[in-house]
Design a protein around this ligand. Sequence first.
Ligand code: CA
Length: 293
Amino acid sequence: MDTAQEIEMVLNAHAETGEGPVWDFRDQSLAWIDVTQGLIHRFDPDTGHDEVFNAGEHVGALALRMAGGYALAVRGGFAALDTDSGVLEVVADTEVAVPSNRMNDGKCDSAGRFWAGSMAYAESGREGSLYRLGRDHSVTTILTRLGISNGLGWSPDDRVMYHIDSLAGGVDAYDFNPETGQIAKRRRLVDVARDDGIPDGMTVDADGCLWVALWDGGCVRRYRPNGTFERAIRLPVRQVSCCTFGGPDLGDLYITTAARGLSALDLQKQPGAGGLFRCRPGVSGLATHPYDG
Ligand code: CA
């Protein structure tokens, strides 16, 4: 079942690898990244203005930093970006010794820890890991032998963590302990058939439902907490990478997309590829957790 949603392109950004949207409650902007261009964007929904910072290397994920600026997962590990000075400070070198890998999707938990995973540039094999950056900048390896570590999220009661390995074609759920940051009891929650797309980034709404972006699937799907399909929101582009709720009432669903690898003919058919999209699906999201380190 697909429901007709009013979906608009709010920024025709032509991003190579638009990704990682985060609602910034500090200035009511939407931060998002272009992974392969190494760009950090700050989109102001009121004016439509999009400010761009160049990180100078590939960026896998962005989080708000409580001390100001952003925390990033960059190619080689975790970093902090002071947006006033433009200084990028490396915090932890998780993949520096593995040049065939880069850091990928990440998100902060309610206790202000920053979780992010890695992947091989080859987008094959099982070279990826999932890391947890503590408030004290210590890194804990949580999962290994991942294909492409991607979407993360937590249930509204903070007792379940969700994680996507795109090459494994689905969403896994874990018991989560918010005090210790430990996960346990991995189980498969959602399977996505390859013909329907590749599960990429995700967010959780206030009802506890999961919104999963389908790369090469042209949509975002909503799943109930028990894993059953609820609805899909179709986009006019195929490479849908990630989504998050934003806006003053957290009722706007922002969706990033990518133009990477598309042929001239593909781009004719999908002129909005790499654009930033938005709709109001009638539910609201959860507050953004910043990194507290
Ligand atoms: Ca991703």
